[in-house]
Design a protein around this ligand. Structure first.
Ligand code: ADP
Ligand code: MG
Length: 265
């Protein structure tokens, strides 16, 4: 599962067929991250029912998700805590259209990701979901600008549009001045800002983060938290897996995932 990264996501081809259905449905339209959600009651962005994900490990069957029912609303900031092996990363993969459940329903808007074609899943990853990982997952030989630009590859934008979106995303994370720096020339906190810029440049509906502050000291953690909170205030739905109770305290809603089952805390 650790082989799934944004890099693999950007290699997905996107077909127009998968786009058509979703655009006809207002529930699944892509909202820019800056859209205010105050004008209408928040609608569910995710609706999960009886989600089971089993993995085959040698001749053992491991149930990573054991029947998850969960609704997440547009604009929420949700954290997911729980012990290692509890199923947190597996759940994020379901939410991020990186994998399908063994059974159950994973609705993002009106689209059931459990039943969607590979092309639709690729389109969802390219346009609706931003990912941030503990280890930043930047390409060391590319500059900050080039790393952010990679996330836009599947969108088929013009060079000018791409350039301005990258510049805007880097400015949003406070790194406009560092566009030409390589990851190795940046602090951990700055590298994670680049990764966040890469995730938001596509203007996703939701940001999924798996231990985004796990490799950072307290000071950098607080910087990243403030940045994420700012994005959430601007309307971006935030789902963050964390071991850090300082992160979880800032959330609107805290979930615990243990032995494949979710509960509210
Ligand atoms: P967490 O992120 O909470 O630590 P994971 O979702 O990574 O938990 O893992 C949940 C369970 O599923 C663990 O028992 C893990 O070993 C198993 N698992 C996760 N991914 C795979 C995989 N690709 N193949 C086999 N087993 C897996
Ligand atoms: Mg994990």
């Amino acid at each position: 599962m650790n082989t799934v990264t944004n890099e693999s996501v950007t290699n997905e081809s996107v077909t127009n067929e998968s786009v058509t259905n979703e655009q006809e449905n207002p529930m699944s339209m892509t909202e820019p991250a800056t859209t205010s959600i105050e004008s209408s009651a928040p609608s569910p962005i995710y609706a999960l029912q009886a989600v089971i994900r089993e993995y085959q490990q040698k001749n053992r069957n491991v149930r990573a998700l054991a029947g998850v029912d969960l609704e997440i609303r547009e604009g929420e900031f949700v954290t997911i805590q729980g012990p290692t092996g509890g199923g947190k990363s597996t759940l994020l993969q379901m939410l991020g259209a990186l994998d399908r459940p063994t059974s159950g329903v994973v609705k993002l808007g009106e689209v059931d990701l459990a039943k969607a074609s590979n092309a639709t899943l690729g389109h969802v990853r390219a346009t609706e979901v931003g990912f941030v990982f503990q280890g930043f997952n930047l390409i060391p030989t590319l500059t900050a600008h080039e790393n952010v630009d990679m996330g836009l590859e599947p969108l088929g934008l013009s060079g000018t549009d791409r350039h301005s979106r990258v510049a805007e995303a880097l400015a949003q994370v406070g790194l406009a001045e560092r566009a030409d720096h390589l990851p190795g020339e940046l602090s951990g906190g700055q590298q994670q800002r680049v990764a966040i810029a890469r995730a938001i440049a596509k203007r996703p509906r939701v940001l999924l983060a798996d231990e985004p502050t796990g490799n950072l000291d307290e000071h950098m953690r607080d910087e990243i938290l403030e940045l994420l909170e700012g994005l959430n205030r601007d309307g971006l739905t935030l789902i963050v897996v964390t071991h850090d109770s300082a992160v979880a305290r800032r959330a609107h809603r805290r979930l615990r995932l243990e032995k494949g089952s979710v509960r509210e805390i």
